[in-house]
Design a protein around this ligand. Structure first.
Ligand SMILES: Nc1ncnc2c1ncn2[C@@H]1O[C@H](COP(=O)(O)OP(=O)(O)OP(=O)(O)O)[C@@H](O)[C@H]1O
Ligand SMILES: [Mg+2]
Length: 297
């Protein structure tokens, strides 16, 4: 950030209780319309550091628009966005540019450049934002490729990669500048359940390892139940519910339940978890014993 007065800079890092806060993203009363259509209606929340913060909701509920508002790709009509205690809304162009270098983004559908190799794709932010020489840039590219378990694919083109590999390359590109904030829009779209879980775990591990503030848009029920530490559920552009994956099990919010536990099978699974948590059935029951004689091959 461009702060000419160091005291003002330190002051800006305090919250109302006087504590220094690092890496948090807070947004207040965000409204966004396109023409007559209200897409975000008075949405407020705090995205916490070192956590996977999830924005969930049906298709069209406003998840992507919210993420784009948070990173400045859309300008909200009303409301305030605060990064690290500093108002993003009030920043000038240079200050925003500086902040953007601390933001990594994995777009819906990976958005790799098809005409560039994996190496060129990942090097792109380094070319844009650093003056490092080619050797240093290549070293960093190889570091992040290793971090996403994709060593040696430098010279391949996106068309030669599987969906899961493309996501990994997208993640590698998103973290190449060592960002404090990571935004992922539907990181699992188009992937099978197992590959989805590998990608979720990778994002979660990276978040913890680098203590990033990670914001993930998803409508994948598995991701919510695996990674949901701080969840905001949007319904038709409004914040309908907030909590974590444990709260979901106990939530009586009908819209949330219909969204997460869409099938009867999943509703039964929720009921079982709730009974377990209330101690009404044992959570270390011996399933092999219970299913004796009923097993299917
Ligand atoms: N640039 C735009 N111009 C006009 N309307 C838009 C624009 N971008 C999004 N919208 C509208 O805003 C609403 C929310 O869209 P958004 O892409 O945020 O949904 P989403 O929750 O991300 O859905 P999905 O799960 O399908 O990605 C939709 O009705 C969409 O048509
Ligand atoms: Mg979307």
């Amino acid at each position: 950030m461009i702060f000419y007065n160091p005291l003002k800079y330190l002051e800006s890092k305090k919250n109302s209780a006087g504590w220094r806060i690092w890496g948090m993203i807070e947004f207040k009363n965000i409204r966004k319309s396109f023409g007559e259509k209200v897409v975000l209606d008075d949405v407020s929340h705090v995205m916490e550091t070192g956590k996977a913060n999830l924005i969930i909701g049906q298709s069209g509920s406003g998840k992507t628009v919210l993420q784009k508002c948070l990173v400045g790709l859309f300008e909200p009509d009303e409301g305030e966005i605060i990064y690290d205690g500093m108002s993003f809304t009030d920043m000038n162009v240079d200050e925003r540019k500086e902040l953007r270098q601390q933001i990594g983004m994995l777009f819906q559908g990976s958005a790799l450049f098809d005409s560039m190799t994996v190496e060129q794709n990942i090097m792109f932010p380094l070319d844009m934002f650093t003056k490092n020489n080619f050797r240093d840039k290549l070293k960093r590219v190889n570091e992040v490729l290793a971090r996403v378990n994709l060593e040696g694919v430098n010279k391949k083109y996106p068309a030669e990669l599987s969906g899961g590999m493309k996501k990994r390359v997208g993640i590698a590109r998103a973290i190449v500048l060592n960002p404090k904030f990571l935004f992922c829009d539907e990181p699992n779209s188009g992937l099978d359940p197992q590959t989805s879980m590998v990608i979720d775990k990778l994002i979660l591990d990276i978040t913890r390892e680098f203590n990033m503030t990670t914001v993930i848009n998803t409508h994948d029920m598995n991701s919510v139940m695996e990674m949901g530490e701080n969840i905001i559920y949007l319904f038709e552009g409004k914040k309908e519910w907030t909590g974590n994956k444990k709260d979901i099990i106990f939530s009586k919010n009908e819209r949330l339940n219909n969204f997460i536990f869409a099938s009867e099978f999943l509703q039964d699974a929720k009921d079982m978890r709730m009974l377990e948590a209330k101690g009404k059935i044992s959570d270390d029951r011996d399933m092999d014993e219970l299913l004796k004689g009923d097993k299917l091959d």
